[in-house]
Design a protein around this ligand. Structure first.
Ligand SMILES: NC(=O)c1ccc[n+]([C@@H]2O[C@H](COP(=O)([O-])OP(=O)(O)OC[C@H]3O[C@@H](n4cnc5c(N)ncnc54)[C@H](OP(=O)(O)O)[C@@H]3O)[C@@H](O)[C@H]2O)c1
Length: 311
């Protein structure tokens, strides 16, 4: 058996309860990962609270994840840990490898162990990161990489990241800088210094600044907070595009998760060109508190959960 957090119905953070479930055994092409850290993502909270407005998206989520309750009661999309055992046919990983990954619709990382296919979204973790730091990478990496690649950003282009202080935003700012763009980050006053420290060339404070009197135009704008969060400045951003400029929201379409994004981030991190952003760390036992905090909608980067093992 193993320790896990169970979500047996949709609702407030208190629906999450610590319990025990059967420890999984890897199939032939799977690896068993001993999880040391996971993260509470905005997606976890949307799923747990079943927070999408009634309509097609909510229906689709329920079809995929479960109608009355999550089909897999163990939530969690992100993990960092160590390979404990491998299936008979596994060739990409060995026992003892330190990995980080993203489960996509598999979920199940709020637990001590998780099996993943060796060809899943799983890669060796950056050598210079702790497990907690590594768990701060996959969610932003998968989403920001997908949307920035859609933008096909060229060196010297002007890129604006609306919501530059969240998990996706902090990743997008750093990646857009790496691709050679001139980056403007939009955030609130409390996050100005954080976004500057990530390399943004310009900062706009959505609680104070106005775009109406600015002539600046952008080749690519990423709305990194999604369609449920808005401001006057966000509406103004949508009109501040160059003639061939592109505006995209993280709520547009379903991102394709690729393991290559994690491999690329490992290289960037080890070369010192990218840093994880962690707001707070909680033990697995404090998952309700962690969900309450993320539900607030103002986390900076990532909220990490450490998973302690008794053995
Ligand atoms: N398409 C898909 O399949 C898919 C998948 C996953 C996620 N998503 C979307 O991605 C979003 C999650 O992004 P995330 O994890 O990066 O979010 P997050 O970390 O929860 O974002 C929090 C940040 O949003 C900022 N924020 C809150 N209200 C804002 C506003 N009105 N204007 C500008 N910034 C605001 C906050 O900054 P301040 O404190 O400075 O306000 C905070 O730093 C989800 O909510 C979902 O909409 C989509």
């Amino acid at each position: 058996m193993m320790k896990a957090v169970l979500c047996t119905k949709y609702g407030a953070p208190e629906v999450l309860q610590l319990g025990t479930v059967t420890k999984p055994t890897p199939k032939n092409h799977e690896v068993l990962i001993k999880i040391h850290a996971t993260a509470v993502t905005a997606s976890d909270c949307i799923l747990r609270g079943s927070k999408l407005p009634p309509g097609f998206l909510l229906l689709m989520m329920r079809v995929v994840v479960g109608f009355r309750k999550p089909r897999n009661p163990v939530l969690g999309l992100v993990l960092a840990g160590e390979i404990e055992s491998v299936g008979r046919d596994v060739t990409r990983f060995e026992v003892g490898d330190q990995v980080y990954g993203f489960t996509d619709l598999g979920f199940g990382t709020y637990a001590e162990y998780k099996c993943m296919p060796e060809k899943g979204i799983l890669a060796l973790k950056p050598d210079n990161l702790t497990y907690e730091e590594a768990a701060a990478i996959p969610y932003g990496a998968i989403l920001a990489s997908h949307y920035l690649k859609t933008g096909n950003i060229q060196r010297g282009q002007k890129v604006l990241i609306y919501g530059a202080s969240g998990a996706i935003g902090t990743t997008a700012v750093q990646l857009a800088k790496h691709y050679g763009a001139e980056v403007t980050g939009v955030c609130s006053t409390a996050n100005v210094e954080l976004v500057k420290s990530l390399g943004a060339d310009h900062i706009i404070d959505y609680t104070r600044d106005d775009l109406a009197d600015r002539a600046e135009r952008y080749d690519f704008i990423l709305d990194a907070v999604g369609k449920r969060k808005s401001s006057t400045l966000k509406s103004q951003c949508q009109k501040a595009l160059t003639p061939n400029g592109k505006y995209i929201s993280v709520d547009d379409g379903s991102p394709k998760s690729r393991v290559e994004y994690l491999v690329e981030l490992k290289e960037l991190i080890e070369a010192g060109h990218f840093k994880p952003v962690i707001d707070r760390c909680y033990p697995l036992e404090a998952i309700v508190e962690a969900h309450r905090y993320v539900d607030g909608g103002h986390k900076k980067g990532n909220v990490i959960i450490t998973v302690a093992h008794s053995d």
